[in-house]
Design a protein around this ligand. Structure first.
Ligand SMILES: [Zn+2]
Length: 171
């Protein structure tokens, strides 16, 4: 794990806003679980207008799409709304540490800030594995905050996969 990734933007107002938006991302994660998808949610947010641009949850099973992670779906919705694949200035909240695909997409979209909840040693690419934003080939790196509502996000995932492993489970 890297010890870098500082975040200077941690005043009380920002933290309260982060918690509120992470709660919205957690609502999406619950919706994912309810539809049998891995419980991960994402919110795309515009700090200039204090508005949520897109809400999404994991849907690879439902959409038959291996790229349908919550972050990708939120980025796609935001780009379509803006009519621009660049999403400069927008912030992305995710309940779980993004994978390499999603972190790469955030870099391409020039997301200004990434806020995530639980870390993911198995599949994450921000604090773990590829450390994508720290690679010299990564040309855009958002400001990063992590650990918000991490217990809630991690518990949701653990309970979901525990239920899946139960004998007789349908998933
Ligand atoms: Zn992903």
């Amino acid at each position: 794990m890297t010890a870098s990734l500082p975040d200077s933007d941690t005043d009380a107002g920002t933290r309260n806003r982060d918690l509120r938006l992470m709660d919205a991302a957690l609502e999406q994660a619950h919706a994912a679980a309810a539809s049998g998808e891995a419980p991960v949610g994402a919110i795309l947010y515009d700090p200039d207008t204090d508005s949520i641009v897109a809400r999404a949850h994991n849907r690879p099973i439902g959409l038959c799409d291996p790229t349908a992670h919550s972050e990708i779906l939120a980025l796609r919705a935001g780009a379509e709304l803006r009519g621009n694949y660049r999403l400069n200035g927008l912030w992305l909240y995710a309940t779980l540490e993004p994978c390499a695909m999603c972190a790469g997409a955030m870099s391409h979209a020039r997301i200004g800030r990434l806020i995530f909840g639980a870390s993911d040693p198995k599949g994450g690419a921000v604090l773990h594995g590829p450390l994508l934003f720290e690679q010299p080939t990564c040309h855009w790196r958002p400001a990063i905050t992590f650990g918000l509502r991490e217990t809630e996000a991690a518990t949701l995932l653990r309970d979901f996969f525990r239920a899946r492993r139960k004998p007789g489970a349908q998933w």
